[in-house]
Design a protein around this ligand. Structure first.
Ligand SMILES: Cc1cc2nc3c(=O)[nH]c(=O)nc-3n(C[C@H](O)[C@H](O)[C@H](O)COP(=O)(O)OP(=O)(O)OC[C@H]3O[C@@H](n4cnc5c(N)ncnc54)[C@H](O)[C@@H]3O)c2cc1C
Length: 500
């Protein structure tokens, strides 16, 4: 069914999928768009340390174009980068009034950091070799540097990347690693996630898009006439009629559209922040030169159905900006589910805004990682880490789901960001526009509503029933206590001996 440019379109959820849907609709002439969110992102500014609890609302995300041999994602990322670079300039042109709405004046959305994919093996892992094949296919192999190849490291140094490689020398010297292989990626960048989302929100407001927040923005149920969706009801008791509803509520999507169960599922993510005191700008400057680091990428997607609390799963490290000075670590441990019965069906629903805490094992591992990487920071007096619960939206084969919901009229879902959706903020909504216009292309095929028969490798356990796996139930985890966040004398005794 075609929708006119005047059609009333409601977008439920204003993370990157919702924002991008609205943005691309506006850019294609759709005039009557309203966005709903249960959280007031006017107040949170999408900042996790300021009350934001969605995956999009983080301090930073990695921009990468390596996707093993899934080059459609690489190409999409490359097209998104053009927009990112433009936004990076345009954000400076906002009015002073709009600039003052951000959480602070550090308005750099994209930062050239470089990224390293490293393993504790002597030879490049199978995944790394496939990544390099992917770069070859794209004609971009020259932008990757094998850290154990003299020729490649020489090239990296010639283009000014030696500070990134110094990190490996430092780890070896301090005996944090013995055997190491991997690639320095000259394309990897840091995206300022919270600021980028808030910037797009401002762009949308400038185009007349209306935002509803808190109870007025909380989707409770669809308004239906048989299989036809006529609008939504919100928690403040109001009904909003519409021609089309787009559900882009990230990991909450499945609880709003239970038909998504076994297609997209909320699973626990963890983030641990370590803020360097502003009085130590020297340390902030030092770590701001670090690249993004992925440690252990030996399988294409670690089997996250298992518990890797022994560190076997590896981690991702995010360098700080010079102004913010926050180190960030994301460990690859078990991705818990939180089964809740919705419409007679169990689905996993994110738990975030109470005093929910991360599993103790995550904090223990993250503290160790930070001791190995940044001993001069963790040994500062009174230093402690901060933890944050975020939730992934795991989808079949990690492919996004941007499609009409089978069996319904006027209902699209845009979700399934898994662990890689953020970088596509500028372009995700293109597929929403294509769906509305009945256009078929590589991306409408890639992001179609899939079935569990399409699963190539069930790394997320999507075939399993969410309520039947006791070991994965979030409530069964052993949670951290406040004192676990502090570096104790006992912890610091292991400073020399802790390894990656
Ligand atoms: C720990 C972690 C690290 C990641 N790292 C990267 C990375 O480095 N690079 C990258 O590209 N991607 C990364 N990703 C993936 C990326 O962050 C996600 O794919 C993306 O942010 C998901 O966006 P979303 O809009 O689907 O969901 P979300 O960001 O979760 O947003 C959903 C929104 O829906 C709202 N909502 C929920 N229920 C309702 C309701 N009933 N009514 C109204 N609104 C509702 C929520 O409040 C929220 O604002 C990472 C993800 C995680 C979790």
């Amino acid at each position: 069914m075609a929708y006119s440019r005047e059609a009333k379109i409601l977008v439920v959820g204003s993370g990157v999928f919702g924002l991008s849907s609205a943005l691309n609709l506006v850019q294609n002439g759709y005039k009557n768009i309203e966005i709903f969110d249960r959280i007031n992102h006017d107040k949170t500014k999408y900042n996790p340390l300021n009350g934001s609890d969605c995956a999009s609302g983080d301090i930073n995300k990695l921009f990468r174009i390596y996707y093993e041999n899934k080059t459609l994602y690489s190409k999409l990322a490359i097209s998104a980068l053009d927009v990112w670079e433009q936004w990076n300039k345009d954000i400076q042109k906002l009015s002073e009034e709009d600039k003052s709405r951000f959480i602070d004046d550090d308005l750099e959305l994209v930062r050239m950091s470089g990224a390293m994919r490293l393993n504790s093996t002597s030879a490049l892992s199978a995944v790394e070799l496939t990544n390099l094949e992917g770069f070859n296919e794209l004609g971009l192999r020259d932008l990757q540097y094998n850290i154990n190849s003299k020729k490649d490291t020489q090239r990296a140094k010639l283009v000014g990347l030696s500070a990134k490689l110094d990190v490996i020398d430092d780890w070896k010297q301090r005996k944090k690693v013995t055997t190491i292989s991997g690639t320095l990626d000259g394309v990897g960048r840091m995206l300022k996630a919270d600021k980028a989302c808030f910037y797009v929100k401002i762009l949308l407001e400038q185009q007349g898009v209306k935002f509803h927040y808190d109870d007025a923005g909380t989707f409770i149920s669809p308004i239906t006439d048989g299989c036809e969706i006529k609008g939504i009801k919100t928690k403040d008791g109001k009904s909003h009629f519409a021609d089309l509803v787009i559900v882009s509520a990230g990991p909450w999507s499945t609880s709003l559209v239970p038909a998504l169960e076994h297609h997209a599922r909320a699973s626990l993510a963890n983030i641990v922040y370590l803020e360097i005191p502003k009085s130590r700008q020297d340390l902030i400057n030092k770590y701001s030169e670090y690249p993004h680091i992925q440690w252990k990428t030996t399988s294409s997607e670690f089997d996250r159905n298992k518990n890797h609390s022994d560190g076997e799963g590896g981690f991702a490290f995010f360098p700080p900006t010079k102004k913010e000075g926050i180190l960030k670590v994301n460990t690859r441990q078990l991705k818990y589910w939180n089964p809740v019965k919705v419409d007679g069906k169990y689905v996993s629903v994110p738990k975030t805004l109470g005093d929910e805490k991360l599993p103790k094992s995550v904090i223990q591992e993250a503290k160790d990682i930070l001791m190995a990487i940044a001993p001069d920071v963790v040994s500062l007096t009174g230093i402690k880490v901060t933890s944050k619960l975020l939730w992934y939206t795991d989808a079949i084969n990690s492919d996004f789901v941007i499609d009409f919901v089978p069996g319904y009229k006027n209902l699209i879902v845009a979700t399934g960001g898994s662990s890689h959706g953020f970088k596509f903020l500028p372009v995700l909504g293109r597929t929403v526009v294509d769906r509305i216009n009945g256009v078929s292309n590589d991306y409408t095929e890639l992001f179609r509503w899939k079935s569990t028969d399409d699963i190539v490798q069930d790394n997320y356990g999507l075939k399993q029933d969410v309520e039947k796996q006791d070991y994965r139930k979030f409530d069964n985890a052993e949670f951290l206590e406040q004192q676990d966040l502090i570096y104790t004398e006992e912890d610091l005794k292991r400073l020399e001996s802790v390894v990656l």
